[in-house]
Design a protein around this ligand. Structure first.
Ligand SMILES: [Zn+2]
Ligand SMILES: [Zn+2]
Length: 632
């Protein structure tokens, strides 16, 4: 069973700020202690010792020693410890007090290293909230309960998300991100789970469909009566041979036998043109009529060859996505095959096991879980069509991660706002932290993690920020309470009354007034851009359709967006935010800024009404409000 076995005294970390004598059932660690390592330490032992030494020295304000000679009191690491970890799963660890000293040991490539981070988090209060914001309280001593026996086993073998800070190695080590796609974890850190070759949609390249399209059209998918390079035919033996050859070539060039796990992605291209030739159709008909059957059969054969060649730490990855999303019958993926199931069509105001809206995904999840030992998830946590507006999915992040774990899922990638450097106007760093912490432990105390994050990132007014996030979560979804990743602002949150808008505006003001540093104030104002965007689309607050200043306030919002560094406002609308025409900014809803220039008839009509509303607010404000309501 994966779990934290931890016995911690409440308020322990706070106690560190005021020196006092430790009780008999508590160890007081101070600079007289030694970090004990073997005479010939491994790279992992050396890394863990260095991490503990640098951080504990910072806590104490004076250097703590690393030695292979046991002093009177010590923190023993790895082979120098008396911790038995023989029963602990790979990349897990144990932190225990034994005979009055502290013993830390881990398994496989990274167990010991992440145990050092855990020790610092539990007993020193060290939190890595963003790549530039680490909290580490100073103290003359740290207190460790004498009955501490803390065991951790990873919930997932591969964890990954986008945003900004998660690409940082220190952030990833502290918060449990292990996949190498967005971060480089060195060998001494335990390495990462890497995709060799491409990360996704690789099958066209691996099967060389372009190269053979004229000489061997039968290698291509037959779709709607025509051969297309969109996908290959997966039952053609020559295609299998070409793809296998290219997979082996990648392994010959890039394989690392010491890595924890390496993955070669053999994943369908991003379209719906799967092969419908007679052989493919017959194979699928014999396996529940599911298009995933040919996919699984194809990658199984590649996986067999890879295993025969002795690549024991390699898995072949494929998608369960659109046409391949439903599990087949009568065929199961090999143990070294990863099935990556995508939640792209799901609702994110409700957990993924809610039958009414996510029933078909949940069925696919549980169907795959029954036949697949390496089920991975490609999950989503951003509004890709209107990235600047509030995307209130905070209420499902933790439960969804628990659902994954409880359904035999071994790896999770949460696709976030990967273009955040061009559009950081929402709650990106907060959501990244929530996701990371839940990937590290889906059963963590997320409420307390969010509160701690808000206090550190947004400042002493963090409580108001948390209230705002909680309020948005309660209002998540459209009139039918559903929330999808391409919704417009009107559909992301149910309307607030004017009194509620004033109350929420008041919370933002209180948060800003409490801020103590420029960074905290900027963090609040950056997140507030999403609320202002939402209000501007919904015609609320200072953007009321009955306000003559509505246009001025939209211009101010636009200028503040540019000042924040935003240059795009969505994933696919690649329109540069800096090139929006002034009249579009003033008279179109921000959700429509990207179409205003294209003379969309509806947007043009809205702009004409808003021009009138600006001149005759009471009269045309009502028309503008009604028009927006019926056309959003
Ligand atoms: Zn075919
Ligand atoms: Zn729903």
């Amino acid at each position: 069973m994966k779990r934290f076995l931890t016995v911690l005294l409440a308020g322990l970390l706070l106690a560190g700020t005021v020196p006092f004598a430790a009780a008999a059932d508590t160890l007081a660690v101070d600079p007289t202690w030694t970090i004990l390592i073997p005479a010939q330490p491994t790279a992992a032992e050396r890394f863990a010792a260095d991490k503990l030494q640098s951080c504990l020295s910072e806590v104490f304000g004076t250097q703590i020693a690393v030695s292979s000679q046991a002093g009177e009191k010590y923190i023993a690491l790895g082979a120098a410890s008396a911790c038995d970890v023989s029963e602990i799963a790979d990349n897990g660890y144990r932190i225990a007090v034994i005979d009055g000293n502290i013993h830390i040991n881990g398994t496989a490539q990274r167990g010991l290293q992440i145990a050092a981070y855990r020790f610092l988090e539990e007993f020193c209060g060290r939190k890595v909230y963003t790549s530039t914001l680490t909290v580490l309280p100073k103290s003359e001593q740290i207190l460790v309960p004498a009955d501490t026996d803390l065991v951790y086993e990873p919930f997932f073998e591969s964890t990954d998300t986008d945003w900004k800070s998660p690409s940082d190695t220190e952030y990833s080590m502290a918060n449990g991100l292990t996949n190498g796609s967005r971060r480089r974890l060195s060998a001494e850190m335990g390495g990462s789970v890497d995709y060799l070759g491409g990360f996704c949609h690789t099958i066209g390249g691996l099967c060389e469909t372009e190269k053979y399209k004229d000489t061997h059209p039968e290698y291509l998918a037959l779709h709607d009566g025509e051969r297309t390079t969109d996908q290959p035919c997966l039952t053609n033996p020559d295609v299998l041979e070409i793809c296998t050859k290219n997979v082996l070539k990648i392994l010959e060039e890039k394989h690392d036998p010491n890595a924890p796990l390496q993955i070669v992605s053999v994943t369908q291209n991003d379209n719906f043109s799967n092969c419908q030739c007679e052989t493919c159709k017959a194979f699928e008909a014999a396996h529940g009529g599911k298009s995933s059957a040919t996919v699984v059969n194809f990658v199984n054969q590649i996986a067999d060859t890879v295993k025969e060649k002795g690549y024991d730490n390699v898995a072949i990855d494929t998608f369960a996505y659109y046409y391949s999303q439903e599990a087949p019958t009568g065929i199961v993926p090999r143990d070294n095959v990863i099935i990556r199931l995508c939640s792209i069509q799901c609702c994110f105001s409700h957990p993924l096991d809610r039958k009414q809206c996510n029933g078909s995904f949940y069925k696919d999840l549980t169907d795959w879980a029954k036949i697949c030992n390496r089920l991975y998830i490609w999950d989503y946590a951003t509004n890709y069509a209107h990235t600047c507006t509030v995307f209130p999915d905070f209420g499902v992040i933790q439960r969804n991660m628990q659902i994954f774990y409880e359904n035999n899922v071994k790896g999770v990638y949460v696709e976030g706002n990967y273009y955040m450097s061009s559009c950081d106007t929402e709650f990106g760093e907060l959501r990244a932290y929530m996701i990371s912490k839940c990937l590290q432990d889906p059963y963590c105390d997320l409420e307390s993690e969010v509160a701690g994050f808000c206090d550190a990132y947004y400042g002493p007014g963090g409580q108001y920020m948390k209230q705002i996030v909680d309020t948005f979560t309660q209002h998540a979804g459209s009139f039918d309470n559903e929330l999808h990743i391409y919704y417009g602002s009107w559909s992301c949150m149910r309307p607030f009354t004017s009194a509620e808008v004033r109350r929420i505006d008041g919370l933002w003001e209180q948060a800003k007034q409490a801020a103590e540093t420029d960074a905290q104030r900027q963090n609040i104002e950056r997140s507030e851009l999403s609320w202002r965007w939402w209000k501007a689309c919904a015609g609320k607050g200072e953007f009321s359709f009955f306000s003559a200043e509505r246009g001025d306030n939209k211009e101010q919002l636009y200028n503040d967006l540019l000042a924040s560094g935003a240059t795009v406002f969505a994933e696919f609308f690649s329109e540069d935010l800096r090139e929006i025409a002034p009249e579009v900014i003033r008279y179109a809803s921000p959700d429509d800024w990207h179409v205003g220039k294209e003379n969309d008839a509806g947007v043009q009509r809205q702009m004409r009404i808003e021009r009138l509303a600006e001149r005759f607010p009471p009269l045309f404000g009502l028309v503008a409000w009604f028009y927006t309501l019926t056309h959003s």
